[in-house]
Design a protein around this ligand. Structure first.
Ligand code: NAP
Length: 250
């Protein structure tokens, strides 16, 4: 039986080792700005997704975000999945409804909103670096935008590429490169995905899902070559705003 809140509203983030969480700071500050003194946002650090049921039973919650590594595993615990989240195969937002828990994916919305202003008509093909949870939402959006894409992996499956296969010719046609790997995240800020940056030109657009540091070593390479670049902060803000809209309106 799902408990819902009567007066004040409690929200939170489910993940593992999430003390760094962007969402807690974002929503705490948002509630303050909106004068929502009875609203709160907290981190629920679960060592295993099996603890999710107890979390739901023991807390009166109004909405949850979900992060690494549970965006896929949490789906088994929900009563309903929004069709877009089902198509992506990952949930990062949960709404508590009278009928139970409903899962949504707002990463796709966040990525699309933050990518669109940077897109040019010549961005027809994209490399997606990394094949983890986030890469699924990115592939879903690129598909919707009619941008052909190829996953790049350290252990490529069929129809995927290895980093060693990224040549000058490949980079000549794949002008959008989205880093969906954690490589370059603080504190490992000198690290960058293993691609031949020497072949970048001003038509390239490098998008990094990482937001800390603000300008990763990957994005610095784009800057050096006069290419376009964008980090993951606007995406994070857009996905959070979409989650807020879902919790309140739908
Ligand atoms: N800005 C946002 O709103 C937002 C939203 C979601 C996620 N993110 C960020 O996006 C990144 C990926 O998230 P995720 O949930 O997809 O993570 P994940 O499930 O851990 O997957 C990351 C993928 O990156 C590749 N990878 C991992 N370690 C690597 C290494 N040392 N060298 C090269 N490749 C490596 C792996 O693919 P292969 O094994 O195939 O190489 C892995 O599947 C994280 O940094 C996360 O913080 C940002």
């Amino acid at each position: 039986m799902v408990k819902t809140e009567d007066n004040g509203k409690r929200f939170g983030l489910v993940g593992k080792n999430i003390s760094y969480s962007f969402s807690k700071g974002y929503f705490t500050s948002k509630f303050k700005d909106l004068g929502l003194v009875d609203h709160s946002y907290e981190n629920f650090d679960l060592q295993d997704i099996s603890a999710f049921t107890t979390l739901i039973e023991n807390n009166r919650l109004s909405g949850l975000n979900v992060t690494i590594p549970y965006k896929e595993d949490v789906m088994a615990y929900l009563d309903e999945i929004d069709p877009q989240a089902a198509a992506i195969g990952a949930v990062n937002t949960i709404k508590f409804t009278k009928n139970g828990l409903k899962g949504y994916n707002t990463d796709a919305y966040g990525f699309e909103q933050s990518l669109r202003p940077h897109l040019k008509q010549y961005h027809k093909k994209a490399l997606i670096l990394g094949t983890g949870g986030a890469s699924k939402a990115i592939a879903y959006v690129l598909d919707g935008l009619g941008i052909d894409f190829c996953f790049v992996s350290r252990k490529p499956l069929r129809f995927q590429m290895h980093y060693d296969e990224i040549t000058a010719t490949v980079l000549n046609s794949y002008t959008l490169i989205v880093n969906c790997s954690p490589v370059g995240t603080f504190p490992d800020i000198d690290a960058k995905p293993n691609i031949p940056y020497v072949h970048l030109n001003p038509q390239h657009l490098l998008f990094d899902l990482i937001y800390n540091p603000e300008k990763t070593a990957f994005l610095q390479e784009a800057e050096k070559k006069g290419a376009g670049y964008a980090n993951g902060l606007p995406m994070l803000q857009f996905q959070a705003e979409k989650a807020w809209e879902i919790w309140n309106n739908r």
